[in-house]
Design a protein around this ligand. Sequence first.
Ligand code: BDP
Length: 671
Amino acid sequence: MKHLLLVCWLCCACLQGFAEDGSRLWLRADATAKAVVTANKKSPTINIAIQELQTQWQGNAVKLNIQNANKNKALNDAYTIAGDAKTGVSISAFSDRGLLYGAYHLLRLQQTKRLVYPLNIQESPKYNLRILNHWDNLDGTVERGYAGRSIWKWDELPAVISPRYKEYARANASIGINAAVVNNVNASPQILRTEMLAKVKVVADILRPYGIRVFLSVNFSSPTILSGLPTSDPLDAAVQQWWRNKANEIYKLIPDFGGFLVKANSEGQPGPQDFGRTHAQGANMLADALKTHKGIVMWRAFVYSPSNDDRAGQAYMEFVPLDGQFRDNVIIQVKNGPIDFQPREPFSPLFGAMKKTDVMAEVQITQEYLGHANHLAFLAPMWEEFLNSDTYSNGKNSLVAGTITAMSGVANIGDETNWNGHHFAQANWYAFGRLAWNPQLRADEIADEWLRQTFSQDADFVEPVKKMMLQSWDAVVHYMMPLGLHHIFAVGHHYGPEPWGVIPGGRPDWQPWYFHNADTLGVGFDRTAAGSNAVSQYFVPLRQTFNDINTCPENLLLWFHHAPWNHAMHNGRSLWQELCYQYDEGVQQVREFQKVWDQQAAAIDAERFEHVQSRLKIQSRDAVWWKDACLLYFQEFARQPIPYDIERPVHNLEDLKRVKLEISNHENAKR
Ligand code: BDP
C-alpha cells in the first residue's frame, strides 16, 4: 500500500511537471496553446515551425510566408516578424530555416515577456555557419566531456534511435545553430567506414528538418589505415581518388553533408607534413574532393611543432606564409587565444592576419580549463571580450568579430539528464548559439533571456543571479590564473592547480614552468621583443602596447612579460601583493555567489536549487585550493609575506603537491 501511494504521488508529480531535472533546457514553455498557424508552403522544416507555434503561441493567428528569392538569398537564414496583437503576426523568410528561426524568435519574446506590439523585427545572422564541434569518440567517451557519455549512440544506430537526437536538434535550432561535427577532432579513421556512414546518415536525417547539417572530423591518414594505400600523400593521384570516392559515397547518403574538420600535424595526428607537404596542399586536396558537392574543409590552426619557438607564436608562423594558397572552400579554424582555451588569453594574432583566407573562430564551450562541470562559469563575457577585441588589422575598429566568417564551439553536451553536467553550463551552450548568430549581443542580454526562459521571470531572482553569472568568469580567472598567468593546471586532466607539475620526459611546453617561469626575480612569460617576440605578430599599435610593461593591459601582464615581483601596478601595489589580492578576490567572489544562491531557495524548484548549491560548495573549496596552491608555490620565489589583511592559507603546500585527482574516464594524459 505504502508503495502504491508513493508511485501515485510520483506520477502526479511528473504529470504536474515537478521533475525539474534540467532536461528541458531553456525550452520550458507550456505546450497547451491552440494557435492558428498557416503557411504558404509545406516542408518538414516549416512543419516544425507550425507545430511549435500551434502548441506554444498564445496570441492571435500567425502566418508563415516564404518569399521568392534568387538562389543566394534562398540560402540565407534571415527573417522578418511583423504584425500586432489584433490582426496577428506574420513571419517572412527566403528559406524554410529562416521561418523556423523566426518562429523560435517569436516564442522567445513570449517566454521572456518581451513582446512589444507592433512587431517590426528584422534579423539576419552575422555568420552563415554556426557549428558545434563534438569531441565525441566512437566508443561513447567524450574527450574533455563532463556531462556523461556521448549522446551519439553509435553502437545502437542505425536500428535504435534515441529520442535525444530530436531534442538536441530542436535545442540547437531554437538558438540558430545550424551545423554539427559529430566526432572528435582526434579522429578515428573508422568514422569513414561504410557501416559508420550508414549510422551518420540516420543522424543527419533527423537533424536536417531542424536546419542542421552534419560534418565529420577526418583522420588524414584514412586512405592508408582504412584501405591499405601505401601513402596518404595529398599529391598522390590514388590518394586524391580515394578521397573523391569517399566524398561521393558520403554525398549519396547525405546530400547536404557539410564537409570535413581536420586536425593535422598537431599533437601526434597525421597530416600533410608527414609527406613533406604543406597545410595548404593537404587542405586543398580534401577541398577538391568536396568541391563539386559544395562541401567545405575546416582546417585547424591548432598546431605547435616540437621546436623551441614560443608555442603562442607557432600557429601564426605556420599559417600566415600560406595565406592566398588555400582553395575558396577551405576555412581555417582558429582557437580564440594563441595557446589553448585558457581562462583568459589575448586573442590569437591570426585573426585579421590572413587577408586572403577565410578564418573561423573556435571557442570551447566545454569547461576543460574552467572547472569542468563543477564550477559555475558563464562564458559569454569571455566571448564578448574576444569578439570585440580590436585587431587593428585594417585600421582602428577591426574587431575580431569582423575578421571571421564563421563560428564554432566545442560542445559541452553529454548524455546526462541535464545535458551539460552543471545547470548553468546550459547557459554556455545557449550563449554560443546566440553570439554565433549575433556577435554584438551583450553578455547581460543573453544571461537575462536565458534565466527568464530557464528559471524564472521574477526580478528578485533574475537580477542578483544575472549579476552572479556576469561575474563568474572573472571569479574563475581570479582564483585560477589572474594577471595573464596560464597553463599552470594539473597535468592531464586540467582541473586543479599544479604550477610545480613535471611531466617526466614531456616536451617543455607541456610543463607548467614553461608558462609561468617563476624565479626569484619575477614571474611570467617574456613575449616582448627582448623575449620570444610573439608581440610582433600583432598589428600596430598592439605590438607596442603589449611590448611595454607600462602599457600592457594588467590582466595580460604575465602573458607578455616576465615581471619583477616588485613591479608597481597601477593601483600602487607590488605585483606580488596584487597577485595575492586577486587570488583572494576570486575566493571572495565565489563565497558571494553562494550567498546569492542560497537566498533563492524559495524562488525556484528544489531539485535544481540543491544541485547548483552543492556545486557552488565544491567551487568554493576549489577556489581556496587554487589560491593556497598558487600563492604558497609562488611565495617560494617571491620570498615575501602574503599581505596580512587577506585570509591565511588553510593548506600546506606539501599536502597540496600530493593531491592526485582521480578523474575517471576517457581523459587522455596530454596537456
Ligand atoms: C586541447 C585538449 C585536447 C584537444 C586539443 C585540440 O586538451 O584534448 O585534443 O586541445 O583542440 O585543449 O585538438
